[in-house]
Structures are given as structure tokens and as C-alpha cells.
Ligand binder design. Structure first.
Ligand SMILES: *Cc1c(COP(=O)(O)O)cnc(C)c1O
Length: 219
């Protein structure tokens, strides 16, 4: 029993739902597929590989987790969006592997806005430095398509809203500064099961929702 339709009913039009299916078996993904879902998010390469091989080819697979450069080659042939690019080194590897399979892979830069120390991602200053350096413009097989972030894992609604608002303002800043002529830089991936309503309020275009659809994960 999944809650795809209930969740979809709460998502504003213009916002895309990434069904985060990590740790759930193929049969559960198939159920969501049969209800019309086509975008699935996974965070471990091996698991994604197995599911991609077992499920229909019109699924758009998004990689939402921390991605190690040495694993890019496995997913480069089919991945439709990499959400959490957190280093230039990773971007270079995506470029290399995408070129090999003659694809252009859309990528989001992961922005660090949460209070927690443990979260990956660029601070706004680091992200601006990367964009300013300009070497990314030479990557012909990588398309920078926007930003991704995770808010702090807290019940403090004001803090979560402030973090999403910060990410949104920062997106607008770099959009006008570096991507004014690039309509492809348009995605804001923020919001998970517990905070997606706040994320949508603050400009999310992609929400990554797992447990609200599929129930709790058994790790
Ligand atoms: C697991 C995960 C999600 C989904 O989390 P839920 O709380 O189950 O909705 C979203 N984003 C990332 C990066 C994740 O790793």
C-alpha cells in the first residue's frame, strides 16, 4: 500500500515529484510506476543499477545521494539528473563519463544551508567561487541545471523556512549572474517528506519524497 496519490494531491502544479524509492524493493516501485509515477530517486549506485535493469526503460532515474566519482561510470549511460554534485572533481568525472557514452548529463550543485556539520555541499561562497572560476563552462557533457539542498533536520519551522528562503535567494542571485541566458538552469531541488510543503512555499521545483509515499524504510 503506497500513498502516491495522496502525496501528489498536495503538490502544487509546476512542482515535480521525485519518488525516493531507496531501500524499497522493485515490486513497490512497480506499484508506483503502474500508478503513473516516472521519476524515481535513488541514493546508492549498486541498488540503482539493479532496479534500473529490472524496471521499464521510460523511468527517469535521479541520483539524489552523495556520489563518489569512481561510481559515475556505472550510471552515466542512463541517469537523467544528478542532484548532489558537491565538488568540481565530481563534475569533471561526470563530464568524462558522459562524453564516453555521448550524453549530456544534467546536474544540480548541492548547496550547504543547514546548520548540521555533516551535510555535504558547497557553501554559497564556495559555489560562487566555482562559478566565477568558469572552468565549468568548458564541460560540454555536463549541463548545470540548478541547485539542490537539504534543510536542517529540525522541528523548528522558522529555521527550515529560513534555510529554504536562503537557498531560493541564492539561486536567484546566481541565475542572474551566471545563467541569465540559460533557460536550462531552472531547477530547485528541496523538500523531503517532513518539509516539502515549506520547500514549495520557498520556490522548490523538484521535491524528493520517500517515506510519505512508501512508508518507513527498513535499513
Ligand atoms: C532519503 C532522501 C530523501 C527522502 O527522504 P524522506 O524523508 O523519506 O522523504 C530526500 N533527499 C535525499 C537526499 C535523501 O537521501
Amino acid at each position: 500500500m503506497i500513498h502516491l496519490q495522496e502525496v501528489k494531491a498536495t503538490i502544487a502544479s509546476g512542482v515535480e515529484l521525485v519518488a525516493v524509492s531507496k531501500f524499497h524493493p522493485v515490486e513497490v516501485l512497480r506499484e508506483a510506476y503502474d500508478e503513473g509515477q516516472r521519476i524515481f530517486g535513488e541514493s546508492r549506485v549498486q541498488e540503482l543499477q539493479a532496479k534500473q535493469a529490472a524496471l521499464p526503460s521510460d523511468i527517469q532515474w535521479h541520483f539524489i545521494g552523495h556520489l563518489q566519482p569512481n561510481k559515475v561510470k556505472y550510471i552515466a549511460p542512463y541517469i537523467s539528473l544528478i542532484h548532489a554534485v558537491d565538488s568540481f572533481k565530481l563534475l569533471l568525472e561526470i563530464e568524462k563519463q558522459a562524453a564516453k557514452v555521448q550524453r549530456t548529463i544534467p546536474c544540480l550543485l548541492q548547496l550547504h544551508v543547514a546548520q548540521e556539520e555533516t551535510k555535504f555541499g558547497f557553501t554559497p561562497a564556495e559555489c560562487t567561487a566555482l562559478l566565477q572560476a568558469g572552468a565549468w563552462r568548458e564541460l560540454e557533457h555536463v549541463q548545470l541545471a540548478g541547485l539542490m539542498c537539504m534543510a536542517s533536520n529540525t522541528d523548528n519551522r522558522q529555521q527550515v523556512e529560513a534555510e529554504f528562503a536562503q537557498a531560493h535567494a541564492y539561486f536567484n542571485e546566481i541565475k542572474s549572474r551566471f545563467f541569465a541566458d540559460d533557460p536550462a538552469f531552472c531547477q530547485r531541488s528541496w523538500g523531503m517528506s517532513h518539509d516539502y510543503r515549506l520547500a514549495i512555499k520557498h520556490g522548490a521545483t523538484l521535491v524528493r519524497i520517500g517515506s510519505a509515499i512508501f512508508g518507513e524504510r527498513a535499513y
